[in-house]
Design a protein around this ligand. Sequence first.
Ligand code: XIL
Length: 371
Amino acid sequence: MRKPLYHAAWMLCCLIGMMPACGGGPTLKQAYEKDFLIGAALNLDQIEGRDTRALALVEEHFNSITPENILKWEAVHPEPDRYHFEPADRFVALGEKNGMYLVGHTLVWQAQTPRWVFEDGSGKPADRVLLLERMRSHIRTVMGRYKGRIHAWDVVNEALDDDGSMRKSPWFNIIGEDYVRKAFEFAREADPDAELIYNDYNLWKPEKAAAVVRLIEGLRAAGVAVDGIGEQAHWGLDYPPLDDLESSLRAFASTGVKVMITEMDVSPLPNPWNYTGADIMFNVEIQKKLNPYPEALPDSMQQKLAARYGEFFALFHKYGGPVSRVTLWGVNDGQSWLNHWPMRGRTNYPLLFDRNYAPKPAFDAVIRAAR
Ligand code: XIL
């Protein structure tokens, strides 16, 4: 909750039009209109129109949307012969009504993918031929349905480990290293005009950044064009180091493909594990000391968070050519996945709008960074 004094001051500023997002300043998408698209990930309540306050913010501030879950394999293709397209149809209609740039997330990933995908009919591991056929028909069916309407796809998510080697996922184990190339080939076949993205976390780490560059160049040499590198950007107050981030942006820009910040949130909560990744399987036991601000984020922490957001956006602004989109992973703090991950039941504050849908100091810092 906003502190009463701060809230009163905010309301007053709104009334006299001094604050952005209250009619007095640019919206997020206006502030960055010369630089890049500003996106938000939407949950089901938003896509289905129940969360009208979030939708109002989305329409005001954002010109791109990504569905947080409903296009993942387990949601859109829960059984071998059953696809569930209704939520995705609504997502696309919502984006089209607002003339937004639509992102499909995600086609080939090891998580949120049903077990049957990697098995044959009798519960034994699928072989390469079967899994490739499944991958192709999933991509053709899902992308094909929204051909020309969903503008970009996270074709492959998280294929690399932090040291730059290939992640030993079921996709890798069953198909082999060329599963990434195959996924991009099938995606190009399904919608030749869509922008095709390789998406991952920790891409600012020098070894992983170098591995992505090798991956993109290797694919290009094999005749497969990737259009964008997606850096998830689930970050914290003390990572990533700005120097590493900048070097990685520079390296990605040098490949000639677009750079997209695809899932940004910045957690101000303690991270005692020195873990900077976003593997959804990483899980820690519930501990009170990891949830230090169950009621409100103290002002000093708000300021730290704001400063951090300001630094990141200043850097994106500097790379406004290659950086073509920055998407926040959620609309308001109460809706962020970081309230449940890596520990359930935390109260986190990683986004630009608070639980009352009001802009935070971090929002103002982001607007300032565009100047
Ligand atoms: C998260 C969603 O936000 C949660 O609602 C869900 O329970 C788990 O997945 N990297 C990704 C996203 O690529 O798909 C993940 O989204 C966050 C990490």
